[in-house]
Design a protein around this ligand. Structure first.
Ligand code: AMP
Ligand code: MG
Length: 421
């Protein structure tokens, strides 16, 4: 049998894809443009934070020695000699027996070792009466408590979330080195496809995959380029695949099966695409192709994925193969969907031989102390509602056919999963 037609397991196919995947180049961008991108450098703090000892409360900076009597029942009455607000500096060091009115975040005067909360004081003219004394050193945020100069604050390979964005700024960075976003062309194929808003003939369906796949690409942090649909026509398909090959990754959706008008295989052969597989032992998403398109001179090779046209198969196949590829290209360390183990809430039967990714609703059962999962809808590969209702994919082993209620199975958690509890 043609080697290409020998069906690979999901794990073998994944290994092949990842072995061909190169990490993207890097670029320097303003930190405001880093959100959602992956850092290509370890971020070292150029500034310490906070830059000086400062007050964690609105109150009075004092020397603890001067307020000890409060704990023995005698309020301390101290003259207020200065006021420091955030953005200001103390005028002088604190002398024995003095207090300085101080706001949250303001630098502490020299010699002050404690801040008394304003709630624990009253005012008597230009004196403060301290009613309750905190412990020595209370309400002070020491200089450098968060970060110190030279400290590594974010590691390379981390995707920038709002917290990292704030840290880049705090640590004194204006620019950061990030991995370039892969560009992914999305080409839907099929004579039956029409765009939303088109005047639909009765023979047409809406090209939903172009939307879900572009969304998946974006969800991975990459840039989709949605191409115009190609009909089931060799020449049109050839032109479109060449156009798609200008990107880092080309995704062709539909037409990769064995139907009479599934021309993708022929066209890729003609274009000299080096195919690694056409089918994988999985369900849904069995007709799924991967190859390398050498492209024109001067162009770097494009990874080409052929995903099945059925809307659920297409998404499931994307999560198994394109998702880890895009993550690796962006320099991320963890490549796959987060996996947990869940107890089945229902019996599931299947034909063995292919790994089944069943759309599921998984929730954490606090009483049982475990995840529990049930199917999110009918199993048909065209039933997009099952995907809309799902927060996860059950990974049902190719080696079994009968899964019983209460059995524990691996579950892939989808990005942005919503849990019911
Ligand atoms: P194919 O993989 O081309 O054999 O298509 C399999 C099934 O998926 C058929 O029912 C198609 O009509 C449907 N299909 C193919 N492409 C799309 C698409 N872009 N959007 C929605 N459904 C599609
Ligand atoms: Mg088709």
């Amino acid at each position: 049998m043609d080697e290409i037609l020998t069906m690979l397991s999901v794990d073998e196919a994944t290994e092949i894809v990842l072995a061909q995947t190169m990490v993207m180049g890097t670029e320097r961008v303003a930190i405001t443009d880093t959100l959602g991108k992956v850092l290509a450098e370890n971020i070292i703090a150029r500034r310490e934070h906070p830059p000086w000892n400062n007050s964690a409360m609105d109150g009075y900076a004092v020397r603890w020695h001067d307020i000890q009597s409060v704990n023995e029942g005698t309020p301390a009455i101290l003259p207020i000699v200065d006021e420091v607000a955030a953005g200001g500096l103390p005028k002088q060091a604190l002398a024995a027996g003095e207090a300085v009115s101080i706001m949250t975040g303001a630098p502490l005067p020299e010699n002050a070792d404690t801040v008394v909360r304003v709630e624990d004081t009253t005012l008597e003219g230009d004196h403060v009466v301290i009613i309750k004394a905190p412990n020595k050193g209370a309400n002070i945020r020491p200089r450098g408590e968060d970060i110190q100069v030279g400290q590594s604050v974010i590691s390379a390979g981390r995707r920038v979330r709002p917290a990292e964005l704030g840290m880049l700024a705090t640590a004194g960075h204006v620019w950061a080195q990030i991995y370039q976003q892969p560009r992914v062309s999305v080409l839907a194929t099929g004579n039956e496809l029409a765009d939303p808003g088109d005047d639909l003939g009765s023979e047409k369906i809406i090209n939903s995959n172009a939307f879900s796949v572009s969304g998946l690409v974006r969800e991975c942090g990459a840039k989709p380029v949605m191409l115009q649909t190609a009909g089931d026509d060799r020449e049109a398909l050839t032109v479109k695949v060449l156009e798609a090959s200008a990107a880092d990754i080309a995704i062709v959706v539909g037409g990769v099966s064995v139907g009479k008008y599934d021309y993708v295989k022929d066209v890729l052969k003609e274009l000299g695409c080096e195919m690694h597989f056409w089918r994988v032992k999985m369900r849904p998403g069995h007709p799924v192709a991967f190859g390398i398109l050498k492209g024109r001179a001067g162009h770097r090779p494009t990874l080409l994925f052929g995903l099945p046209g059925n809307p659920v198969s297409c998404m499931v196949a994307f999560y198994q193969f394109v998702y880890p590829t895009l993550r690796k290209m962006q320099g991320l360390q963890s490549l796959h969907l987060t996996q947990v183990e869940a107890e089945l809430l229902e019996d599931i039967r299947q034909r063995p031989g292919r790994r089944h990714f069943a759309r599921a609703l998984t929730n954490y059962d606090y009483d049982a102390g475990s995840y529990k999962a049930k199917l999110s809808g009918p199993l048909g590969s065209g039933i997009l509602t099952s995907m809309v209702q799902a927060n996860s994919l059950l990974v049902l082993s190719e080696e079994h056919s009968d899964f019983k209620t209460g059995e524990r199975v691996p579950v892939q958690i989808l990005p942005d999963a919503v849990f019911e509890n």
